[in-house]
Structures are given as C-alpha cells and as structure tokens.
Design a binder for this molecule. Structure first.
Ligand SMILES: [Zn+2]
Length: 365
C-alpha cells in the first residue's frame, strides 16, 4: 500500500496547531494546508488563469442531488460515465479523493449502495478511498459501513488508504463517539465534514483526538468563508483559524447555486491583510480600494479589474483568489507554528483577533 503517514515537526505553544508533513508514497505535503475542490478548478478559465490550481490533494467534490445519486446507484452507464469524469478531472500528480455533499433526500443507506460508491472510486482510480457518514446514519451503522469497506478492499485487492468522513454536529458526545469509531478502525486519515457551519463541539472533539494522535491527518471539508458564532456572523475566515483546533488541512464548501441571482456586491472575498471574508464595499472602505494581494488574479492591482465584467466571472475570480491567497498566508501559519507563535499570528490579524475574543472558553464547554 502507498503508506499514508503524518510526521509532526513541531507543536505550537499556545494552541493545538501542529506543523507536520503528510507523506503518501513519494508525495510529501506540508501541513497545515488548503486543498482545492472541483468548482475552484472549474473557476480557472472564467477567472482568466492558465496555470492549474496548486494543491497536492484534489478533492473531487460533487453536489449529491437525490436524482444524481439515484442514477449512479441504479444505472451502470451513469456510474461508468461519472467514473470517467472523475478520472480525468485533475492531473495524476495530485492525490485524489471523492466527496459528495448529500442534499436532502440523497443518501447511501445500505451495503449495496455503499458498494456502488466504492466501486465508483475504484473505477475512477482515485488515490484515497472515502466512506462518508451521511445524515441520519447512526454511529453503529457508520461503524458497520467502515467494516464493509475494509472487507471490500480486501476482496478487490484495493491497496489504498481509507478515509472515513464524519459529519460535524453540535453534539460533543456524538463527535467523540464518531472520532472513536475511526480510531477503532485504525484510520490514519480522517475527514471532518463541517457542512458549511462552525461546529465548535465537534472541533473540540477532533482537537482532543489530534493532541493524542499527532500521526493522524485531519482534513476539514465544507468549510464556509466565515464563522457563525451563536447565530452571529463574524467576518473571520474559518479556514484560516482551523489549525488551532488541530485541523491539518481544509477545503472550501460546495454549495447549490443561490435561488436568487447573485450580485457582485454580496460575493465574499478573502482579505489577506485581516484574514476576513469581505464584500466589495468593505474592500473599498476599509482596504482603500485594494485587495492587498499579489496572487495570479489580483496581481497587486486595485479593485477595478477584480470586479469587472459578468457576475459569474467575478465569482470565479473570488474562488481562485481565495485559494491562492490562503495558500500564501498558510505559509505564514506554518512559519509561525515553527516558532510556537501561531496565537500571536492570529492576534496580529484583525478578524481572528475578534473571533478569539468571542470564542467560548474551554471552561464553558
Ligand atoms: Zn488575490
């Protein structure tokens, strides 16, 4: 098996952030990091960027619409066609894994369905095999599904790392139980599906687990641009603070198209200066008409070219910029952890500082 291994280089002093290296076969990946999902790759062209998106891991993310899932589960042609698309989506240099954002009414409920989804990943030649904990699935059923996937791998002769993906909820006890199930199966890679929210208790459960198991790779999926604390949205970028909870890497959310047409004014754009997610008027007012960004999209220019043209082009630019700019800022994260100073870095950034002030303390858990 291309062995998957996480080696910790350094533990941060005042947070649970760790500086590590993820190795899968010959690939070596610095952590903390951010990895791209399919809609970000699709945004390259409308954003006018020719180079592929940087990312050692590629999350092949799909919206799990009920009819799409049903077709894959029941029609051989649909399954094969999806496998072909998945296999061609990125170059062979990235480690590829499949993720479905299951929408209401879509589910992988029995062993036959799970086997089909596993076969899909096998047919597409993906590098990691994922098993997702879906809404309404009990911890016991999830445990059974992981056992099934292990037997499937043995029977098929699939020699790849298995990554369970657990759903984050606000129930701390459930989160601990789910993490425990992945531990029971000896998982060295664990996905945490944040489902577009800030699930404090699930993050704390993962943090405690990671502290005891620094050799497990924790990847957060479905990370929204901002943080919602007790119904109160903060502009703080959620992805950028996740390392303090022991999360090693993250990728952005995949969301259905909005019901009402989007306007340029409401698009969230990552602010490298304050680590917030800001709208156009904030960049105009607070950032004096600049993105403060040298990424391939912004190129250090002022706001005008960024917000030029069609709404969907601006959205594409925002997606690509967010990825590139956060990858650049994550280099600073890694440098700060090396010095044991991640908390100081967070406090030097306007929006994480605000988040830290409002975050519940552990005593109040
Ligand atoms: Zn940029």
């Amino acid at each position: 098996m291309p062995e998957l291994r996480v080696t910790r280089t350094k533990k941060d002093t005042k947070t649970s952030a760790t500086l590590s290296e993820l190795r899968v076969g010959q690939v070596r990946i610095p952590l903390p990091n951010r990895f791209p999902i399919s809609p970000e790759r699709n945004a390259l062209k409308p954003a006018g960027i020719k180079d592929p998106l940087p990312g050692e891991v590629a999350v092949l993310a799909r919206l799990g619409q009920p009819d799409t899932i049903k077709r894959i589960l029941t029609q051989e042609d649909a399954l094969k066609s999806m496998a072909r698309f998945l296999s061609r989506e990125t170059g062979a240099d990235a480690l590829r894994l499949l993720y479905f954002s299951f929408l209401k009414g879509a589910n992988i409920s029995n062993a036959d369905d799970l086997k089909t989804i596993l076969d899909l990943q096998y047919l597409a030649g993906l590098d990691l095999i994922t098993v997702q904990h879906t809404p309404d699935m009990s911890p016991g059923d999830f445990d059974a599904q992981l056992g099934f996937a292990e037997r499937w791998m043995d029977e098929r002769g699939v020699d790849k790392p298995l990554m369970p993906i657990i759903l984050a909820t606000d129930d701390g006890k459930l989160a601990i139980e789910l993490v425990g199930i992945t531990a029971k199966h000896g998982s060295k890679a664990v996905g945490l599906d944040l489902r577009g929210g800030f699930h404090y208790h699930a993050l704390r459960a993962v943090e405690d687990y990671k502290k005891k198991n620094p050799d497990v790779w924790i990847h957060a999926l479905q990370v929204p641009p901002k943080i919602r604390l007790s119904r109160h949205p903060l502009p703080c970028s959620q992805g950028m603070i996740l390392p303090m909870f022991g999360v090693d890497s993250f990728s952005r959310w995949i969301v259905p198209p909005p019901p009402t047409p989007l306007t340029k004014d409401v698009i969230n754009v990552f602010d490298p200066k304050g680590w917030g997610s800001l709208k156009k008027k904030d960049f105009e007012e607070i950032r004096k008409n600049t993105t403060n960004c040298k990424c391939a999209v912004c190129q250090g220019k002022d706001l005008e070219p960024f917000y030029e043209g069609k709404v969907l082009d601006v959205l594409a630019r925002a997606k690509v910029h967010d990825h590139l700019a956060q990858r650049i800022e994550l280099e600073k994260t890694r440098d700060s952890i090396k010095e044991g100073e991640f908390l100081s870095l967070l406090n030097s950034k306007e929006y994480p500082r605000e988040f830290l002030k409002q975050m519940p303390s552990r005593e109040e858990d």
